[in-house]
Design a protein around this ligand. Sequence first.
Ligand code: CTP
Length: 423
Amino acid sequence: IASQEAEKRGWHLYLVGGAVRDLLLAKTAGSLMIKDIDLVVDGFHKSADVGAGVELAKALQQLYPAARLEIHGAFQTAALLWHKDPELDSLWVDIATARTEFYPYPAANPEVEASSIRQDLYRRDFTINAIALRLTSPRSGELLDFFGGLLDLQAKQIRVLYANSFIEDPTRIYRGVRFAVRFGFEIEPQTEEFIRYAINSGVYDRTSQENTKTPALQTRLKTELKHILEAPYWKSALQLLDNLGALQCIHPTLKLDGSLLRQLRLLERCLRRFDAEQTLIHWQMRLEALIAHLAPEYRVKVAKNLQLQEDSILRLKNLVQSFSQVIECLPTLQRPSQIVQLLRQYDLPILILIALQSPRSLRHQIWEYLTVWANVQPLLNGNDLKKLGYKPGPLYRQILDDVVAATLDGVIKDRTEAEEFLA
Ligand code: CTP
């Protein structure tokens, strides 16, 4: 339907980006689920009008009223979104006009200028993402592969299109690593050199500045980190980012050393054990663990740069104080009830961060608290207290807390002992 609408207006329509790459990979690798479709409109004899993509999206929205239309004026792109549609489930279709991007200064937002499909593809990140499939006739179904993307798909290579690509958009370093690990591809040697050059030239300084003029870049870096840290291959991706020196984009001192690796392994165990219901956001906890590994004075700045949620920023800010409180008090406490009293002022995510950095003996006490002690319930309830002659009131809470404490410390084991204890 989209291609008919484009043809009516004398335009070409192309499927581009990840969908083409994944279609071609699926030919060899099997199943495919495309939820994100990128379309590009171009003119037959000259570039299409810069608003062509938006016009086509509007025409399609008339035909599919269930779709939500979003127009991104600055970039002359539009998106049609089907959210949980009974037939399509969730689908996101981006429609842009063929364009080249010209960057006024490195790491800034690209500005827009109408141009042809070849230039549109050339401005993209990697050869495997720069193949177009023509959807309009004549020659619909034809692949446009100007930069050797098909060969690179076969040879399993992540190859950048031009030398300056990573300087213009440092998040492409993270994208390259993500694709390499996800597909089991290699970063082609020249591309690796360009990555190292970009990093050595301080491209990350622009991404790690406190008062950066380019918040969009930070947002994109965070999006890339999210993609990486929520994928099953996140550990290999971090390893590759570290090998390339690219963790410096988060902070110049961030290294995936033995101690950080051990903490990340522990974190996974914690998340499996204490958050099977996934009430915490796991990728965010991984990112917090990375940031918590930095010296305390850098943590909040990095968290703010990456625009983490307020609660994450607060946690990283309070970590030093909470950590020293726990590390100083815990060894002085003998009884489980005292440990519970200390630890219950902290919620699960901060306790996890504290535990990751604690020596083993203290960590085991935190585990014991989380798995057993925090879940101990009073052996009696309000009705029992009433029968024992206590007048209902705020004192009940205190009495029941005392019963829990006595249970934790092994003073009482059952209801009878609890009643005797209160008597
Ligand atoms: N793109 C780019 N540079 C970026 C981001 C995107 O050149 N920094 C281009 C690539 O051609 C990419 C397309 O825009 O294929 C779509 O981007 P996106 O949807 O983010 O990625 P996909 O390639 O579709 O990958 P994924 O399957 O992970 O969504």
